[in-house]
Design a protein around this ligand. Structure first.
Ligand code: 13P
Ligand code: SF4
Length: 363
């Protein structure tokens, strides 16, 4: 029963004390978030993993790429646990290391590898945090940098100071929305389709480009539409529409504001007067905001419930299972680390370079 699971999780947490830290992404369900020591967006959770040296185990209630990042940023004696190994990210899976390498090789043929007179390299790889550790390593090895949705503009500025153009993956929408807000014209943002030579572009288009966009997307955020925004405005005149930058460009353009999960949370928390917010992001987070700020009317733009199906795979049952294995019970000796996520050092060393560049680039 839920009560029994709750008692088991609380007992294990209490037994482990400061040896344990539980991190939870904003998109986790309430039944999981209530046990988290820290709840945040991807960037905050990456930083939190780095700042908990006293914890022997870091239980990451999020998805696989986040747990990999936590492993790379935490200490060598700390174990990162993903309660359900099937919690991946469909967007991260849209960029595999072989396809990105093949793209990179074709780009090197078009642009060469020599810097221009200002010392800027022809193309820099920039990856959204939502990708495998192997891709972060690729980026680190090729002079590039990681970004999250809360620092994408800062990271792109960093990149443009050092490169003539950027190859941005896996999320086309975050790349396009961020670059557009920085003044990059759409015609200078060709898409790269890995199934076609030169990504389906002619050479001149690539030579004129500023941002080359991978074709990935988030299956949750691509569901939001301009029609939903129009309906929200018709139903609630004066509504504030805030969406995540993983939404398609027309949706971001039609919204009043776009920002990361942390941005959305802070924008609502800062509103002094009761207001109506239509939010374009994952439903668990929107419902939690609605409960936390009852003075406002807060609803999800998508009337059909849209959870992130992979985030949802972290269930309290898995949490109890991994916690008890380490904490021990009357029936279990304890000390067992289940579902550990380990990135080999050969990958972690270059990946950390790209991650540390991001942590240093943030203002
Ligand atoms: P942020 O937490 O960085 O806003 O990202 C949202 C997301 O889709 C995480 O997978
Ligand atoms: Fe991946 Fe989208 Fe889920 Fe985030 S919300 S984990 S990007 S599928």
């Amino acid at each position: 029963s839920d009560e029994e699971l709750d008692a088991r999780i609380r007992a294990a947490k209490e037994k482990l004390g400061s040896k344990l830290v539980i991190l939870g992404h904003f998109y986790q369900r309430d039944e999981v978030v209530k046990y988290a020591d820290f709840v945040g967006d991807s960037f905050q959770l990456a930083r939190a993993a780095k700042e908990k040296p006293e914890a022997e185990i870091i239980v990451f209630c999020g998805v696989h790429f986040m747990a990999e990042t936590a492993d790379m940023l935490s200490g060598p004696d700390q174990a990162v646990i993903l309660p359900n190994l099937a919690a991946g990210c469909s967007m991260a899976d849209m960029a595999d290391a072989d396809s990105v390498q093949a793209c990179w090789d074709q780009l090197a043929e078009v642009f060469g590898t020599e810097p221009d007179a200002d010392g800027r390299i022809p193309v820099m790889p920039v990856t959204y945090m939502n990708c495998s550790a192997a891709l972060k390593a690729f980026v680190g090895e090729n002079g590039g940098i990681v970004c999250t949705s809360s620092n994408a503009a800062t990271v792109l500025e960093w990149a443009f100071e050092r490169a003539q153009r950027v190859l941005f993956f896996p999320d086309q929408h975050l790349g396009r929305n961020t670059a557009k807000a920085m003044g990059v014209p759409l015609e200078q943002m060709p898409m790269w389709n890995p199934r076609q030579a030169l990504g389906g572009n002619d050479e001149q288009t690539l030579l004129d480009s500023r941002v080359i966009l991978w074709h990935g997307f988030c299956s949750v955020h691509k569901r939001f539409t301009v029609e939903q925004i129009d309906k929200a405005r018709a139903d609630y005149p004066g509504v504030r529409v805030i969406v995540h930058p993983e939404c398609p460009m027309p949706v971001v353009d039609a919204a009043d504001e776009a920002g990361s999960t942390d941005y959305i949370r802070k924008a609502i928390a800062a509103a002094q007067e009761p207001a109506v917010f239509a939010v374009g992001t994952e439903i668990n987070m929107v419902n939690r905001l609605a409960a936390e700020f009852p003075q406002h009317t807060i609803f999800c733009l998508d009337p059909v419930v849209c959870p992130c199906s992979t985030m949802y795979r972290i269930h309290p049952g898995y949490l109890a299972w991994v916690l008890e294995a380490y904490a021990g019970t009357d029936a279990l000796p304890g000390g067992e680390i289940l579902n550990r996520i380990t990135v080999p050092e050969s990958v972690a060393v270059p990946a950390r370079v790209a991650l540390e560049r991001m942590l240093a680039a943030r203002p």
